[in-house]
Design a protein around this ligand. Structure first.
Ligand code: ZN
Length: 327
């Protein structure tokens, strides 16, 4: 269990806002060590420093934006109560599209947030702190580049949707103010399945967690001849570990197609696959790597594909990096 922080150690708060759940973490403001997925909290800080505190919670299903913000405020307050020092900066990783004025323009994962004045709402969470918000895929890519000491990489994160980010020369691409890299909405098949964005054939429409589970349910219904019963992630994972490839194979292929296309354009040194969904499927990144190699143009191998060093924590780690930069 976590211990309380040393008295009055200044902290920074990272918040990773997902479509179904939210992760929060406060770390000492003065450490530069990255989070590692396999390191217990407390490692990675200098000797004698305060121990990070963290929490996760799930959104209530079909809740209004107001209810969601109320839940977020409750959990931020709960975490703040476990950190005895001031919180000087907050970094927020968001999957929604946000306009330059800080208003949510689209978020298929939680449609009720459309039109929300996000920047104002976030500032209200910790009024004494500087608050910065950025695309979760961009932040995850920066955190993975930092963790891998690799200044040129592409990142794809599989969860409720598919997020992604590009880092070139150690900096996000496109540069700030020019939008984010929407890798999840790369069209990989004009006749592909419908995407939550309203189009067909995006990477996300095939490779997101929900899209993969729906496909698995259709396959099972086809096998038994009965109408589709939902497939749980545990069932999907067990089938994957048993070597059937059931529905996951197409997701790996969709990500591989994206990696091959990104390699043609950007020539990254590395492609990193993470997010909670991929992190829960051991060997998924390797399957993407093998398929990408098969799809590569002769003589022009695609970037090697590796699992995210930070596991499912890439976006949260990026949010903390953002907070450090803002503080
Ligand atoms: Zn789309």
């Amino acid at each position: 269990m976590h211990t309380l922080a040393s008295p009055m150690t200044p902290g920074v708060l990272g918040i990773d806002v997902g479509g179904t759940k939210v992760a929060l973490r406060i770390e000492p403001a003065d450490t530069t060590a990255p989070i590692h997925a396999d390191a217990p909290t407390g490692n990675g800080t200098s000797a004698g420093a305060a121990t990070p505190v963290e929490a996760t919670f799930r959104w209530a299903s079909s809740a209004s934006a107001g209810r969601d913000l109320g839940d977020l405020a409750t959990h931020v307050a709960g975490l703040r109560a476990r950190w005895t020092g001031p919180v000087t900066a907050v970094g927020v990783a968001m999957p929604a599209t946000v306009d330059p004025a800080g208003r949510v323009t689209t978020w298929p994962g939680r449609p009720s947030w459309t039109g929300l004045a996000l920047a104002d709402a976030l500032r209200g969470l910790v009024p004494e702190a500087v608050v910065a918000c950025a695309d979760d895929g961009d932040l995850a890519a920066l955190a993975e580049a930092d963790a891998a000491a690799c200044p040129d990489l592409v990142y794809l994160g599989l969860g409720t949707g598919v997020g992604g980010g590009i880092v070139l020369d150690g900096r996000p691409c496109p540069r700030p103010g020019r939008g984010s890299a929407e890798i999840g909405h790369l069209v990989i098949s004009a006749e592909g399945p419908p995407c939550t964005c309203g189009r067909q054939g995006c990477v996300q429409a095939t490779a997101s967690g929900p899209a993969t589970l729906r496909r698995a349910a259709r396959y099972r219904a086809g096998e038994s001849g009965e109408s589709g019963e939902e497939v749980t992630f545990a069932e999907l994972r067990a089938a994957w570990l048993a070597g059937t490839g059931w529905a996951v194979r197409e997701s790996a292929q969709a990500v591989a197609v994206a990696v091959v296309g990104l390699t043609e354009l950007l020539h990254p040194a590395l492609a990193v696959v993470g997010g909670g969904f991929a992190d829960g499927l051991p060997g998924f990144a390797q399957a993407v790597d093998e398929r990408a190699r098969e799809l590569g143009r002769p003589g022009h191998p695609p970037a090697p594909v590796r699992a995210a060093v930070l596991g499912g924590l890439s976006s949260l780690s990026g949010a903390i990096l953002l907070a450090r930069q803002a503080s």
